[in-house]
Ligand binder design. Structure first.
Ligand code: DGI
Ligand code: FE
Ligand code: FE
Length: 189
């Protein structure tokens, strides 16, 4: 791993609880492996994986306060569901506190929870790795999605969105319009 990633790894460890740090390492290593599969730079994907949840352990009231302070605009779902905030806020923190300049890495963090239509390969890899890394065990169809990630990443993205929408609808949770929009975009593609 390069010096930048080593430094980020040390810093992020202090920001996260034990479990979240374990998940973060899982995403970083898997995202860099998927980068190898798809001929991207594994160090870039390792960085994106390390930082994707960098805002996750900030208390909710502080998350809202920081979004106001940094002028991050929230949609109605984000106003109701504070756990959705960590992606947008995390993108800002990655840029301004970790000095990330790579726009694709910043966007991969920004959209890692909902996805977005027409994601770059970097974004798709982080979105997928977050769902299937080794510490995840609750989601349905993990065996299939894990194989798809290495054979057909768009198919993996569609399945993840489908299962997430089903989980949210069944649980009567608010659905971010971006999640549905992304699903419909990839279904049509
Ligand atoms: O931060 P992580 O737990 O690693 O993963 P994540 O950033 O994908 O967040 C996962 C949670 O986000 C999970 O409980 C499902 C939820 N989620 C994804 N899309 C939506 C959503 N929750 C709501 N309310 N609406 C969405 O559209
Ligand atoms: Fe997350
Ligand atoms: Fe995550």
């Amino acid at each position: 791993m390069n010096d930048t990633n080593n430094a980020i790894k040390k810093k992020i460890k202090k920001e996260l609880d034990r479990e979240r740090y374990q998940h973060t390492l899982g995403v970083a290593y898997l995202a860099s492996s998927l980068a190898m599969r798809y001929r991207l730079d594994p160090e870039r994907l390792f960085t994106a994986g390390l930082l994707h949840d960098c805002a996750k352990n900030i208390p909710n009231d502080e998350k809202y306060a920081l979004c106001r302070k940094y002028k991050i605009v929230l949609n109605d779902t984000e106003k109701k569901a504070p756990y959705l905030l960590h992606s947008k806020l995390g993108a800002y923190i990655a840029e301004h506190e970790y000095g990330i300049k790579d726009e694709e890495i910043i966007n991969a963090i920004r959209y890692h929870t909902t996805g977005r239509p027409d994601m770059s390969l970097v974004e798709k890899i982080v979105f997928t790795a977050d769902y299937i890394e080794i510490n995840r065990s609750q989601a349905p169809n993990l065996t299939d999605i894990r194989e798809m990630a290495f054979t057909d990443i768009d198919a993996a993205v569609i399945k993840i969105l489908h299962d997430t929408l089903e989980y949210l609808t069944k649980g009567d949770r608010p659905v971010d319009p971006m999640t549905r929009e992304t699903y419909e975009y990839y279904l049509r593609k």
